[in-house]
Design a protein around this ligand. Structure first.
Ligand SMILES: Cc1cc2nc3c(=O)[nH]c(=O)nc-3n(C[C@H](O)[C@H](O)[C@H](O)COP(=O)(O)OP(=O)(O)OC[C@H]3O[C@@H](n4cnc5c(N)ncnc54)[C@H](O)[C@@H]3O)c2cc1C
Length: 486
């Protein structure tokens, strides 16, 4: 397909990593692409800004390196030399007021090595004694899906859920184990547990199958992961695509030949016609956009709840830490009753930050879980105070930070509740019934950056296939233009 006025036009709604990747694939596939981002800046949850002169991410900061999509994308964009890996991935967990190492042998908090679990001292003696019952209990029925807490609690006891699994899942979803889907949030564990009565043995199996030297788990860009959207945007415009910011899409309607989008303010709306549309925005706006033309999908999207959180970034002189931060950070189980749910020692985790200024230690504290929206109604100063208190208690930091930043992420993390996979299947099937429409983004098949890249690519692929089939089988655009002549 060549880029002339008769070339099909595709509108992409949302300029996060999903929309940008979809736009890149479409622009490189030869269609005319217009990406519409509602806010003044592209990137969505990928944003970076300077704190104490260092490029520190405001949202997502690490890409899983054991899935290929994100690293391949960075290399494909010609920036492979900017990829860096964590200096350490050893993390701790707060338990009964003290930091303990995460037990070795666990997968997303689900333990497989009882000796390592005992040595870590994360569980109470009673909680620890409950875990090996998993080896003798009969099979736990689970139907198509079950909550993380119901299944793991039944096999290993509630303490494993509260003190290990929920904090680890909390880092990804800010969600509650009582509601999160076992199948969708722990897919590898859930799959292994289908063929194995004991959960301990299922996790052992996963670990046994892992390659001996799997390489680094995570990667980022030495300029901050928040620079990735700009690299993708360059590829979009380089391939002839158009990117518009401050362009909120308010309505989506079918037309005889495709779609009409209403863009901009209610007072000064603009109509944009497209042959096909990729909706790459979070579930709540996606539901609003689909409400008229695909109500079945909109109803399902409305049911995907989202959690809000804030990231407080604090930069201290290294000398302020009376106890030097060890490891990449730590997780705080909700049962500990603290305001902060996780702390990342960015300067320890990412050597490129430490090397740029060894005299500064940057820490990022996460605050807020699903159902705790009131926490985020507090002022920036109150959130900073909560993070500073946390570091004072765990690391003996008694000074004020040299610089700080509060980033609020309202409704940022979709919750994959029990039945999520079926819900996504229903959304996809309703959307597939509409020619020239696709959805992409974190609401569907994984909210990590590589998973989002993968689903955005396939959404764009489906649109390209649709346009090609229309060109071959229908009076496509070129023929439509010719058809204007008698
Ligand atoms: C604090 C935080 C930390 C995270 N950390 C990590 C991490 O370390 N590693 C990891 O892999 N993942 C992490 N994630 C998850 C990951 O960042 C996201 O799942 C992913 O970036 C989502 O991309 P997206 O394009 O689907 O959505 P978004 O990034 O939300 O982008 C959607 C875009 O759509 C726009 N939009 C919405 N409505 C409209 C409309 N009507 N018209 C036009 N535009 C609209 C929005 O303004 C936004 O820019 C984190 C998320 C958060 C919030």
């Amino acid at each position: 397909m060549s880029a002339n006025p008769t070339t099909p036009r595709v509108a992409v709604v949302g300029g996060g990593v999903a929309g940008l990747v979809a736009a890149m694939r479409l622009a490189r596939g030869g269609v005319r692409v217009t990406l519409l981002e509602g806010s003044p800046r592209i990137g969505g949850k990928l944003q970076v800004s300077e704190v104490a002169g260092l490029p520190v991410d405001e949202g997502a900061e690490a890409m899983l390196a054991r899935r290929p999509e994100a690293l391949e994308l960075v290399r494909e964009l010609g920036h492979g030399d900017a990829l860096v890996h964590p200096g350490t991935t050893s993390a701790a967990i707060l338990s009964h007021g003290a930091l303990r190492p995460l037990p070795s042998g666990q997968v997303m908090g689900v333990p497989s090595d009882l000796r390592a679990l005992a040595a870590a001292q994360v569980l109470s003696p009673t909680g620890l004694a409950r875990v090996p019952l998993d080896l003798v209990l009969p099979e736990t029925p689970r139907g198509d899906d079950v909550s993380v807490a119901d299944f793991i609690g039944a096999r290993m006891g509630r303490e494993v859920v509260d003190r290990l699994v929920e904090p680890l899942l909390g880092g990804v979803y800010a969600g509650r184990a009582d509601r999160l889907s076992f199948e969708s949030t722990l897919p590898a564990v859930a799959a292994a547990a289908r063929g194995e009565r004991s959960l301990i043995n299922a996790v052992k199996e996963i670990r046994a199958k892992a390659p001996a030297d799997p390489g680094p788990v995570f990667a980022t860009l030495n300029t901050g992961l928040g620079t990735l959207p700009h690299l993708i945007a360059d590829a979009v415009t380089g391939a002839g695509g158009e990117i518009r910011t401050a362009a909120t899409v308010r309505e989506l309607r079918r037309t005889p030949s495709g779609w009409r989008l209403t863009v901009g303010s209610a007072r000064d709306p603009e109509a944009l016609d497209a042959d096909a549309v990729v909706i790459a925005c979070p579930a709540p706006p996606a539901a609003r956009l689909l409400a008229h033309e695909v109500p079945a999908a909109a109803r399902e999207l409305e049911r995907i709840e989202t959690a809000s959180m804030a990231i407080v970034t604090l930069a201290y002189p290294a000398s302020a830490f009376r106890r030097a931060p060890r490891g990449s950070g730590y997780l705080v189980p909700a049962v500990e009753g603290r305001q902060v749910k996780a702390v990342t020692f960015s300067s320890v985790k990412w050597p490129h930050l430490r090397d740029r200024d060894p005299g500064i230690i940057v820490a990022r504290a996460s605050i807020g879980r699903i159902g705790e929206e009131h926490t985020l109604q507090r002022s920036d100063d109150e959130l900073k105070a909560a993070a500073m208190t946390e570091l004072a208690v765990t690391c003996g930091v008694a000074e004020l930070p040299v610089e700080s930043r509060v980033t609020r992420w309202g409704g940022a993390l979709p919750q994959y509740d029990v039945g999520h996979a079926d819900r996504v299947a229903r959304i996809r099937s309703a959307v597939a019934g509409q020619p020239g429409l696709a959805v992409a983004g974190a609401a569907y098949d994984g909210l990590g950056v590589p998973a989002v890249i993968a689903n955005a690519r396939s959404a764009a692929g489906r649109i390209l296939e649709y346009l090609e089939s229309r060109g071959e089988t229908n009076d496509g655009h070129a023929r439509e233009a010719e058809g204007a002549r008698p």
